[in-house]
Design a protein around this ligand. Sequence first.
Ligand code: PRP
Length: 175
Amino acid sequence: MQNPKVLISESDISTRVDELAAQISKDYANKGELVLIGVLKGSFIFLADLSRRLSIPRHIEFIAVSSYEHGSIRSGAVRLVMDVRRSIEGKHVLVVEDIVDTGHTLLYLIDMLKSRNPASVKTCTLLHKAHRTEVDVEIDYLGFNIADEWVVGYGLDYDEKDRTLPYIGVIEPEE
Ligand code: PRP
């Protein structure tokens, strides 16, 4: 099988992650420890690279959610399947996603985390399919806006395949 077509190269990702990490480090300087919450599974590579390039104190957490699907159509309903391990009360929180598509997952997470009285909740996503976003969701740090294509690699999968590709590629899913 051929490798997926390159949409965003490994070096372009690396440059953008450097820029995001510099901006985040600047914005959170002298604000105490930043809690980075990676949304499993897709964010694990982005979170690993981003977190290692920050120059501020940070703490890593993970969270997992599940979207209700009817065939390939998502209903928009989201359910928490794994929570963070430590309280976020009084902490600055940054939710780290690989991709925002309809926006339902991120909106659910922002609302849920804000109800726990953190100092702040902001969001960072590597990719955003802005044309597909259905809800008003704030993205504070964005890597790349992309068109409505099926993307894989750098944490993103198609049926669990291609997650560990070093670049973001485009595929045409089988019907
Ligand atoms: C992806 C992605 C986001 C969510 C975004 O996760 O990682 O969490 O979908 O979609 P939305 O904006 O339409 O809500 P996915 O369900 O593919 O799970 P995975 O990260 O475990 O692959």
